[in-house]
Design a protein around this ligand. Structure first.
Ligand SMILES: Cc1cc2nc3c(=O)[nH]c(=O)nc-3n(C[C@H](O)[C@H](O)[C@H](O)COP(=O)(O)OP(=O)(O)OC[C@H]3O[C@@H](n4cnc5c(N)ncnc54)[C@H](O)[C@@H]3O)c2cc1C
Length: 388
């Protein structure tokens, strides 16, 4: 499957990441999936390769690469059958500190995040009662002298047990006292290791795929005031600032998943003989794979359009949202075609298809659900009234 690209400045990165991924074959992921364990060796290899520090500027010890390089890394991880969900957030959560942190915070955290000495890959936004309605979140940080006292709960905080730090979004002014509902929310760096057992409790949530997600409880947890990122009350904007990059990276992962499914399906369709001929000779088998391929290529172009805009210093809100939606739908279509092409074998664990099928389904819901992307396009691109 030859994929002509106009210019791909990241061919070498893709080749190197593919070589690294070859050391972590299907058996590795299958065993972790069965045991619901964290891919420590894989994450260590990516960290040591410098890939998770790709977006951290060189002055803070990172590789200082553009967003398109990070997208190429994550796409390749997925296209090679691995799972970047275990660590992708290490790449982008630090963006809030980089853009809005104090010099001291940047010097303290970024070099260690770049080397992997500190893992910042827990992002505490979603809560059980507020869900998508982020500004209704209830976790509250009350200032008392030189620290904040945090009470509340988060849900779906992925990788919390495998992270040293969490970027937390909490209310510092009650919603009904804030000038706007988007005011009065603040971002904090939480030292999770220091807080565990001292106001911080983490409980794993078992999910349909191996995602290391958790629920997190704060009971009078102390956060030093110096761990506030940026200005108190402006945290919601800081989180929004990072969303386009996050959406483009997740979209790139979905493109990688789609490529993995399409290759697996078309290889099998050429080889598998039924009624004395390859099943891929039947249009009923060919067309869903070809359609998924077309969907993937269209989504991939939207990812590239978003990355180009981002790297030109523009705001790719439209492209990032559309790319994320189309790419998540393309990976799902490809997964569906792949399972159908394999007949019964698609359900056998040793083919890895059912595992990737479960893993890729998430991206139509998280980190933002398809409905909310459609709402964004309707309101912000097409100028229709806000629906919520
Ligand atoms: C495995 C996993 C990992 C995650 N990791 C993290 C993480 O690390 N950190 C974090 O903060 N969050 C995380 N999330 C949370 C994720 O971002 C949310 O699940 C997602 O944003 C949807 O929120 P919700 O589950 O509360 O759904 P709800 O807000 O309850 O929505 C339920 C459904 O209703 C739809 N809906 C809601 N409002 C509207 C509307 N106005 N118009 C149309 N449709 C609407 C939604 O699209 C959705 O389909 C994770 C979730 C999962 C499942």
């Amino acid at each position: 499957m030859d994929q002509p690209q106009l210019v791909d400045p990241h061919t070498e990165i893709r080749q190197e990441v593919a070589k690294l991924c070859a050391k972590f074959p299907g058996e590795y992921w299958r065993k972790l999936d069965a045991d619901r364990e964290y891919p420590t060796a894989f994450v260590r290899a990516l960290t040591e390769g410098g890939y998770l520090g790709a977006l951290i500027p060189e002055e803070f010890g990172g590789a200082g690469l553009p967003l398109s390089a990070a997208a190429a890394i994550l796409e390749t991880v997925q296209a090679e059958g691995c799972n970047g969900a275990a660590c992708h957030a290490q790449m982008y959560i630090m963006g809030t500190i980089l853009r809005h942190g104090t010099d001291k915070q940047k010097q303290t955290y970024l070099p260690k995040i770049a080397t992997g000495e500190l893992r910042l890959q827990a992002f505490g936004v979603t809560e059980p009662t507020s869900g998508t309605d982020t500004t209704s979140l209830r976790t509250f940080a009350r200032r008392e002298g030189d620290h904040y006292v945090v009470n509340g709960q988060k849900v779906w905080t992925s990788r919390a047990e495998h992270s040293d730090l969490m970027l937390l979004l909490a209310r510092t002014t009650p919603k009904d006292q804030a000038a706007k509902k988007t005011d009065g929310l603040s971002t904090f760096i939480v030292d999770m290791q220091a807080s565990l057992g001292k106001g911080l409790t983490i409980r794993p949530i078992r999910t349909m795929m191996n995602h290391n997600s958790t629920e997190v409880f704060f009971d009078n947890m102390i956060v030093p005031a110096e761990n506030l990122v940026g200005v108190e009350g402006r945290g919601f904007r800081y989180i929004l600032d990072g969303m386009n990059a996050e959406r483009l990276l997740i979209a790139a992962e979905c493109i990688g998943d789609a490529k993995w499914f399409i290759k697996k399906a078309s290889d099998y369709a050429r080889e598998r003989q039924v009624f004395g001929r390859p099943i891929g000779q039947n249009q009923g088998i060919q067309f869903p794979i070809a359609r998924a391929y077309a969907q993937m290529r269209a989504a991939e172009m939207m990812v590239h359009a978003g990355l180009a805009k981002f790297e030109a210093g523009q705001t790719p809100g439209e492209e990032a949202n559309i790319a994320k939606m189309l790419a998540a739908e393309a990976s799902w279509a490809a997964g569906e075609a792949c399972i159908q092409t394999h007949g019964g074998f698609g359900f056998a664990e040793e083919y890895d298809i059912e595992r990737k099928f479960r893993e890729t389904r998430l991206y139509q819901v998280a980190p933002i659900s398809t409905n909310l992307i459609l709402s964004y396009v309707a309101e912000h691109v097409l100028g229709m009234p806000r629906s919520y």
